[in-house]
Design a protein around this ligand. Structure first.
Ligand code: SIN
Length: 334
């Protein structure tokens, strides 16, 4: 029977605390995904299956958890009984996972990420509503033949490639860096007519289709993020280049895998870089390190322009651009 598969990875949505009056004092990733589903009686009407892929606070996200998620998604895409997938995740690195999945997925089925800002034991827990909305949305999208990666939080549906955490503690913590939500849901989880159902279906992102095997390499290429700020003189970049040269010379395969392959600069404004840092980035590029520019500004990103010395990461956040560059470098290795 066609069903929605819910993959659990942990996060505050699965978090618990002992004192409801101190909602911030809790441990993330305590409840299993089946327990999260059991707490939402409205989901009984939709055929579901659950799978616990990881149980972590997403600040500790790793390449190996992403590999496990990619394997589970690969199997789900091939399983005719799975019509759509929902992923419960921590809010802290949701934007990185969403970006990764957008690049890997071919858009065959809907993948909907969701999360929560309050633990499951909080009086104002947002997880149950978010999970209900995510499952309903995934089910509806599958029925409409839509595929691709989105996130739903606090009644708003965001394209997976644009979504990012924009507030550190408010319930309504996500936006898309200036892009509008694909849809707005009412309290019952229905798409509000004012959001224009026809247009959000048309705007549903399909994914880049790099394939799940793109993350099969046991170690990802090392890509670091460096911030352009007052007095940024490239000290970190030069230190990284020295370490990288030592690792390359060591002859030990473990250390060799650490060699610096890419740098994403979180640039000022529309992609400008402090002259001191820029000189260090040129030294890095001369040693074969790929340099991309993203923006440290919350909205707008860096638009690619003719003649760019350092490629622009478009609307991606610095953390997302790091993931995208890793995937690009992995393709170059094939
Ligand atoms: C996490 O990202 O796993 C913890 C924080 C959260 O989910 O809000």
């Amino acid at each position: 029977m066609a069903h929605v598969l819910i993959l659990g990875t942990g996060g505050t949505i699965a978090g618990t605390g002992t004192d409801p009056a101190r909602a911030w004092a809790y441990q993330a990733a305590q409840l299993g995904v089946a327990q999260l589903v059991a707490a939402v009686p409205e989901l009984a009407a939709i055929p579901l299956a659950t799978q616990q892929v990881a149980q972590i606070d997403s600040k500790d996200m790793t390449w190996s958890v992403w590999q496990a998620l990619a394997q589970a998604l690969d199997a789900a895409m091939q399983d005719a009984a799975v019509e759509a997938v929902v992923i419960t995740h921590g809010t802290d690195t949701l934007e990185e996972t969403a970006c990764l999945l957008h690049h890997l997925h071919d858009g065959r089925k809907p993948i909907v990420l969701t999360a929560a800002m309050r633990p499951a034991t909080a009086p104002d827990a947002d997880g149950p509503r978010n999970l209900r909305d995510a499952v309903r949305l995934a089910h509806t999208a599958a029925g409409l033949g839509l595929g691709g990666v989105v996130a739903v939080l606090q009644g708003r549906v965001w394209a997976g490639i644009h979504v990012r955490k924009a507030h550190s503690h408010a319930l309504d913590a996500f936006d898309a860096g200036g892009a509008a939500p694909l849809a707005v849901l009412d309290d019952a989880g229905e798409v509000l007519a004012s959001a224009g159902a026809a247009s959000w279906m048309a705007a549903w992102p399909r994914g880049e289709g790099m394939g799940w095997a793109r993350v099969s390499s046991p170690k990802p290429p090392r890509v670091e993020v460096v911030l352009s700020h007052a007095d940024a003189d490239g000290w970190w970049v030069d230190a990284a280049l020295r370490q990288s040269a030592d690792d390359a010379a060591a002859g030990d395969p473990q250390r060799h895998a650490q060699v610096l392959r890419g740098l994403v600069v979180a640039a000022t404004g529309h992609g400008t870089v402090n002259a001191g840092l820029e000189a260090a980035l040129q030294r890095a590029a001369a040693q074969g390190v790929v340099v991309w520019r993203s923006s440290r500004v919350a909205r707008g990103g860096v638009t690619p322009r003719e003649g760019d010395v350092w490629p622009a990461a478009g609307t991606l956040t610095p953390a997302q651009a790091r993931v995208a560059l890793q995937l690009r470098l992995l393709a170059a290795q094939v």
